[in-house]
Design a protein. Structure first.
Lengths: 118, 110
């Protein structure tokens, strides 16, 4: 198993450019997530998906779009890059397990994409 | 809303020292609690977890106990190694909600 893979590892964009960050998992996980990590900060959830064809907004969705056409892939799209989107982006996946109403998910993370917008 | 608070770093220790990284949480329900570790240049990896009160998670010499009465999940290790140098994140999940703390950077000197 490769786990969660992300491409590219690094990217520099100019203001106003667009790009797609790729994320693929081979663990047959239903749930997938996109986070951003700003320097010295924790992770903030951008979007998540509970299965193919289903996506929902997280804490910081503005400026991003996602799609989930297959179980394996969950690309993140930046349409008009802005300097505020300079960050490290992590994709994660999980197979949901619950105990009563409590989620016991373990998330598996990709290695990240470091994006700089100039 | 739900939140996680961690002690501020960086934390610098000598090899074989005792480690404690404090974590407290605020949640409306009964969350699961996690510690993740991030080594330089890598993504986060699960270190340990606990899913109900009084559970103890343990892995690689690290331990943390889910304390509902103090809403805490402090990470401890009896004797740290240089290879433990990393950023440690406390996190909780409840339903669809995932919340991470800001991370605590640990540096272990030989």
């Amino acid at each position: 198993n490769a786990g969660v893979t992300q491409t590219p590892k690094f990217r520099i964009l100019k203001i106003g450019q667009s790009m797609t960050l790729q994320c693929t998992q081979d663990m047959n996980h239903n749930y997938m997530y996109w986070y951003r990590q700003d320097p010295g900060m924790g992770l903030k959830l951008i979007y998540y998906s509970v299965g193919a064809g289903i996506t929902d907004k997280g804490e910081v969705p503005n400026g991003y779009n996602v799609s989930r056409s297959t179980t394996e892939d969950f690309p993140l799209r930046l349409e008009l890059a802005a300097p505020s989107q300079t960050s490290v982006y992590f994709c994660a996946s999980s197979y949901p397990r619950t105990s009563g109403r409590t989620s016991t998910d373990t998330q598996y993370f990709g290695p990240g994409t470091r994006l700089t917008v100039l | 809303g739900d939140s996680v608070t961690q002690m501020e770093g960086p934390v610098t220790l000598s090899e074989e020292a005792f480690l404690t990284i404090n974590c407290t949480y605020t949640a409306t329900g009964y969350p699961s609690l996690f510690w993740y570790v991030q080594y330089p240049g890598e993504g986060l990896q699960l270190l340990l977890k606990a899913t109900k009160a009084d559970d103890k998670g343990s892995n690689k010499g690290f331990e943390a106990t889910y304390r509902k009465e103090t809403t805490s999940f402090h990470l401890e290790k009896g004797s740290v190694q240089v290879s433990d140098s990393a950023v440690y994140f406390c996190a909780l999940t409840y339903g669809q909600n995932f919340v991470f703390g800001p991370g605590t950077r640990l540096s272990v000197l030989p």
